[in-house]
Design a protein around this ligand. Structure first.
Ligand code: FE
Length: 203
């Protein structure tokens, strides 16, 4: 009788322990999954933040240049200042690079960032230098311009925010774009000048 009683007691204890173990395992498993999912979510969020920061960095050509009006006036001619910093426009047909088709590259007159290559320049007959595509899209920013009762897309240097001109949808293929740029916003360097500068920097 005593043995039977003891056996029943042990059996009950075993059952209770097994049930308890099952519950404990379930609880441990649940906690582990919870910790894992929190970790994964945090990791994904961090990765997304890093990717977003990298994308922003990649979309920027370089760090912005900020100068006061006085500082710009010191390094720009009056005409360059009026156009680059005050969003002016040169009279059509008067700019240095309107009818100018030498092989080379065009740089921002404010900060020196490369903006266009001569290969994309064409004679639009509008009186301003016209390009079908920038040297690098990242070097040019676009702003909606509703001045003078028109809706246009202003283009500015992405590094110094200098006003360059406007972009229109009546350019030649394949882009169909016409970047209509003020000569005063640009500085040209011929292929020979660029090669000479590159050789000097190597020496
Ligand atoms: Fe610039």
């Amino acid at each position: 009788m005593i043995n039977k009683g003891l056996n029943r007691l042990f059996n009950n204890l075993n059952k209770a322990t097994t049930t308890l173990n099952k519950h404990s395992l379930k609880l441990i498993f649940f906690v582990m999954m919870l910790v894992l999912s929190i970790g994964l979510t945090a990791s994904c969020q961090n990765k997304a933040k890093r990717n977003s920061a990298m994308e922003k960095k990649e979309n920027r050509v370089t760090e912005k240049i900020f100068k006061s009006d006085e500082e710009w006036k010191e390094i720009l001619t009056d005409e360059q200042y009026r156009i680059l910093r005050e969003k002016g426009t040169e009279r059509p047909g008067t700019g240095l690079y309107d009818q100018f088709f030498v092989k080379g590259r065009y740089y921002c007159a404010g900060c020196g960032l490369e903006l266009f290559e001569s290969g994309s320049k064409f004679d639009a007959g509008c009186g301003w230098p016209s390009f079908s595509i920038p040297a690098d899209k990242k070097s040019i920013d676009e702003n909606r311009d509703i001045s003078y009762g028109m809706v246009r897309t202003e283009v500015v240097c992405s590094r110094c925010d200098g006003h360059l001109g406007h972009v229109f949808n009546d350019g030649p293929p394949p882009t169909g774009l016409r970047y209509c740029i003020n000569s005063a916003s640009l500085v040209f360097k011929s292929e020979e000048e660029i090669k000479k500068e590159e050789n000097q920097s190597v020496k």
